[in-house]
Design a protein around this ligand. Structure first.
Ligand SMILES: [Zn+2]
Length: 148
């Protein structure tokens, strides 16, 4: 029953326009870097966002707008996008070697996603996601690694 409710609310939200200018700006930058951003539940059950490095497709669950976490979820996947660019495509994904320290409060998120990707990739994504200047940071990373 709970699953049905989640699906139907995702469907309703998917019909609504996405107004957040920060979300739109980052989505646009990702599209400029040849990533597709789908506002749809990720193929992996239980995640709000996902990235497939082979197809350069990013999923953002419409539910994350309802929860008020759409921007950090997109920032998280955008870090994986930069890692994908650094890995030179073909499904390779490489850590960026960030020296930022992860924040303690990021840990619950990190554990949540821990079984989906490799830990070093996740540490970077959650570290950037939880910084106050996360949008500037990730925008810079995309420029650095995804600009040809
Ligand atoms: Zn991740």
């Amino acid at each position: 029953m709970k699953f049905v409710l989640i699906l139907s609310s995702s469907w309703l939200l998917a019909q609504a326009p996405v107004a957040d200018p920060q979300f739109q700006a980052l989505k646009h930058q990702l599209e400029q870097s040849q990533f597709k951003v789908l506002l749809a539940p990720p193929p992996q059950r239980g995640a709000y966002g996902a990235l497939n490095p082979q197809t350069r497709t990013i999923w953002i669950d419409p539910l994350s707008f309802d929860l008020g976490i759409a921007v950090p979820v997109l920032v998280h996947e955008a870090v994986h996008a930069a890692q994908t660019c650094k890995g030179k495509g073909k499904g390779n994904i490489a850590p960026l070697g960030l020296t930022l320290e992860p924040l303690v409060y990021a840990q619950p998120f990190w554990l949540r996603y821990g079984d989906i990707h490799r830990k070093d990739l996740e540490r970077e994504a959650f570290t950037v996601q939880t910084q106050e200047n996360r949008l500037d940071l990730v925008s810079g990373l995309l420029r650095q690694y995804c600009t040809k």
